[in-house]
Write a protein that binds this ligand. Structure first.
Ligand code: FAD
Length: 392
């Protein structure tokens, strides 16, 4: 029985997983979960997929039924922002003046969508990070509407696929010379782009938006750097993210591409970080890596809960993510490096199925599949067996 208090800052997937897992692993003390958003924890991957495509509401994305917080005795505080961490006095300061003392602190504040200053405040222009963002963009995605997407990353392309399915006219504006540059192997990125082109998406590479043209406060068109003007009934800015660490400025924690942690998520004495905001040391890599994948968020949360409750966890798994675009479900397991060599080991055009292995120095480091969840299983097993066991 412990009377210790765990404070978790950030009520997203990683924060909630930490709270639930702590309780399930026998933490008997207080668990306080603090979130800046007005909603209880919800899932973000569907925001650019099912939620954007359908007419579902909040219940569709919520991660836990409302009654579960009371059942697990998790003190969920919403609409509450933590503005400062004082590691010396082991406390966090909230907006409104309250201070909460912790025995263990877990930081799960995620990332914020990168914005474009010139577009801020214009109606019809949005990023896609929150439930509100998705509902806002969805309202514009109607047949015949022109949607401009700035950024040909995963979120931009998922939104493009959804907009096309809904009968919109879609322009993707990207400063780089191709889609998913540096995020996915070139050959596979080209295939994804090919599907988009076939479906009617228009790509404008090597371009930025020079002017956001507005009528009565609402976006009307954008002017590209080459002078062309594109009609925009709405625009989505999908140009990446920044770790939500501004509130940690004077905390003494090491901040470098997120919160620097050891291989168990420890950032300082009794302070841990999990999820998108956390830059963990990874024994397999021999270095640190910040991972913005949904499953990593839960996994890291489980590991930190295991450390705090001194219970076992089986394995440190490799990064896994997926992206759904049209009828293509891509999955990636392992590490994608810019200098990996790729071998396509299955390319079934009729089934629209593909499996590719990524190697460096003769060692397989990742497997990527399209519509190939079953076919990936043996490769995933092989890669996982090579992973380093988690040392508690
Ligand atoms: C549109 C979209 C689609 C995605 N699709 C995929 C996908 O297909 N596959 C995949 O693997 N991953 C996907 N992801 C990534 C995945 O959703 C994230 O990896 C995951 O949400 C990370 O969870 P988190 O809890 O670390 O961060 P978040 O979900 O960002 O939660 C952090 C929470 O902390 C709150 N917060 C921040 N600062 C403070 C503060 N100072 N005080 C209090 N609260 C604070 C924030 O408001 C937020 O609610 C997608 C993400 C988005 C946005």
């Amino acid at each position: 029985m412990t009377t210790k208090r765990a404070v978790i800052v950030g009520a997203g997937a990683a924060g909630l997983s930490t709270a639930e897992d702590l309780r399930d692993r026998g933490w008997t003390g207080e668990i306080i979960l603090i979130g800046a958003e007005p909603h209880p924890p919800y899932d973000r991957p569907p925001l650019s997929k099912q939620l954007l495509a359908g007419d579902e509401e909040f219940e569709f994305v919520q991660l836990a039924p409302p009654e579960s917080y009371e059942k697990r005795d998790i003190d969920l505080r919403l609409d509450t922002k933590v503005i400062r961490l004082d590691t010396e006095n082991k406390s966090v300061h909230l907006t409104g003046g309250e201070t909460i003392v912790y025995d263990a602190l877990v930081i799960a504040t995620g990332v914020e969508a990168r914005t474009i200053a010139a577009a801020e405040g214009i109606a019809g222009v949005s990023t896609l990070r929150t439930y509100e963002n998705a509902i806002n963009i969805r309202a514009h995605m109607k047949r015949g509407q022109h949607i401009v997407i700035v950024g040909a990353g995963f979120i931009g392309l998922e939104a493009a696929a959804t907009a096309i399915k809904k009968g919109c006219v879609v322009d993707v504006v990207e400063p780089a010379p191709s889609a998913l540059l540096g995020k996915f192997p070139t050959e596979l990125a080209r295939r994804i782009e090919g599907t988009h082109l076939m479906k009617g998406v228009r790509f404008h590479y090597g371009q930025v938006v020079e002017d956001w043209n507005v009528r009565e406060g609402q976006i009307e068109s954008v002017t590209l750097s080459d002078g062309r003007r594109l009609r925009a009934d709405a625009a989505l800015v999908g140009i990446g993210t920044v770790p939500a660490v501004a509130w940690l400025e004077d905390s003494g924690l090491e901040i470098a591409n997120g919160i620097v942690c050891d291989s168990q998520g420890r950032a300082a004495q009794d302070v841990y970080a999990v999820g998108d905001v956390a830059n963990w040391f990874h024994p397999l890599l021999g270095g640190n890596q910040r991972i913005e994948h949904r499953l990593s968020a839960s996994e890291q949360a489980q590991m930190v809960a295991a450390v705090l409750t001194d219970t076992d966890i089986a394995h440190l798994d490799l990064p896994f993510f997926w992206t759904d675009q049209y009828e293509e479900k891509w999955q990636s397991y392992g590490y994608i490096h810019g200098d990996s060599e790729m071998e396509i080991v299955l390319d079934d055009v009729d089934a629209n199925r593909l499996v590719a292995l990524l190697r460096r120095n003769g060692r397989t480091e990742a497997v990527i599949g399209k519509n190939a969840a079953k076919q990936l299983i043996p490769y995933r097993r092989e890669l996982r067996n090579a992973a380093v066991p988690f040392q508690n």
